[in-house]
Design a protein around this ligand. Structure first.
Ligand code: SF4
Length: 362
């Protein structure tokens, strides 16, 4: 994996750096990126990809260098070519467009998004109106609405939930985008329940395990930190939610898409900084060459830093992930186990769900 090098001006490195776990790539994103890589190896470039495979420009640029061609819509793809659909999922009409253009489709939709699609179709088939909690215009939301366009009503917050109109209040179901804030969504669903007492819903939460686990880890981290940096892209829903979760806990927090975006002033007076990354941010994005921003075993004298270096750090040296802390088989990993041996760990959460293995099926 390549490393990103972004030198930032001199700054006072904080004495303690704590890492959230889990953080970074979720199973669905990891799988989607691997699908593009396998397609490139199997069919050779160019392999077309509809929209950003994940909401991370660094990942997109790397795949472009390997021969992936990212397009907005399918009419930009030559007839008969191979096209990958992103992890966010697509509406059935996109599949129909692909068939009309005789495209070879590889669908990298995350299975946890597919689950929401199936729920939407099931409720619509039973005659329910569906209130979808999500962010207007987000690709996943567009894909889910497309499963049952006549039945779905989108609401973004509790105010909209309080106003949404449905023809039959006795036949209403709710679904949610997978990457929302767990706490905020619970409030929206409560509002819906008050309005529609027989509200139906999914058998288990639509907010995916990866999102929930990363938010739980950030809450634990916030109790120990004055500042939490979230590595992720501006258009990454789950990364932005991590910033909001940290701030809701009373901790300063910033979203950074690369080390160059770090403002050294953020560290003024900060003794402990927490680091996490959104589900669409690969681990290598959290690294930069140069002297690592290394956490101390015990409060250490403040020192000068030149580079916001290795954000992932171990007591002894450069970045090394704790086993199982990310990737498709991510397990709950103590966020700061190395410095609190034998004590309950921060950020220990339910394991991320494992998703099916990647194949190069057409
Ligand atoms: S954030 Fe959740 S739903 Fe989205 S790709 Fe990752 S695992 Fe799947």
């Amino acid at each position: 994996m390549e490393a990103m090098t972004h030198v930032i001006p001199d700054f006072e490195a904080p004495p303690r750096v704590l890492l959230a776990a889990p953080r970074g790539y979720c199973a669905g994103v990891d799988r989607a990126v691997e699908i593009v890589e396998v397609a490139l190896r199997t069919y050779g470039p160019p392999v077309y990809v509809r929209r950003q495979i994940v909401h991370n420009l660094h990942v997109v640029r790397r795949l472009e260098r390997e021969g992936a061609v990212f397009v907005g819509e399918l009419d930009e793809v030559p007839k008969g070519a191979t096209v990958v659909f992103s992890a966010h999922g697509v509406a059935p009409e996109v599949h129909a467009q692909a068939r009309a253009r005789d495209l070879k489709v590889i669908d990298a939709t995350c299975p946890l998004v597919t689950k929401v699609h199936q729920e939407a179709r099931k409720f619509a088939a039973k005659g329910y109106d569906i209130v979808l909690v999500g962010h207007e215009g987000h690709e996943e939301v567009v894909g889910t609405m497309g499963q049952a366009p006549r039945a779905v009503h989108l609401v973004g917050d509790a105010d909209q939930a309080a106003r949404v109109e449905v023809p039959d209040p006795e036949r209403v179901a709710y679904l949610t985008q997978t990457t929302l804030s767990v706490d905020e969504t619970a409030g929206v669903v409560d509002t819906l329940r008050q309005r529609f007492p027989v509200l139906a819903g999914p058998r288990s939460d639509d907010i995916c395990y990866a999102t929930q686990n990363r938010q739980t880890a950030v809450k634990a981290l916030a109790a120990e930190c004055e500042l939490i940096l979230v590595i992720g892209a501006e258009n990454s829903s789950n990364s932005k939610r991590l910033v909001e979760v940290a701030r809701d806990q009373g901790c300063a927090s910033h979203l950074i898409s690369e080390a160059a975006a770090v403002d050294p002033a953020w560290f003024d007076g900060v003794g402990t900084v927490g680091i996490t990354s959104g589900a669409s941010a690969p681990e290598w994005l959290g690294r930069a060459r140069g002297r690592p921003l290394r956490p101390a075993r015990r409060p250490a004298p403040r020192r000068r830093g030149r580079t916001l270096g290795v954000l992932v750090a171990t007591p002894t040296g450069p970045a090394r992930l704790a086993p199982g802390s990310h990737g498709p088989h991510a397990a709950a990993t103590p966020a700061v186990a190395w410095r609190r041996r034998g004590r309950p760990s921060l950020g220990a959460t339910r394991p991320d769900r494992t998703l099916p293995a990647v194949g190069a099926a057409g």
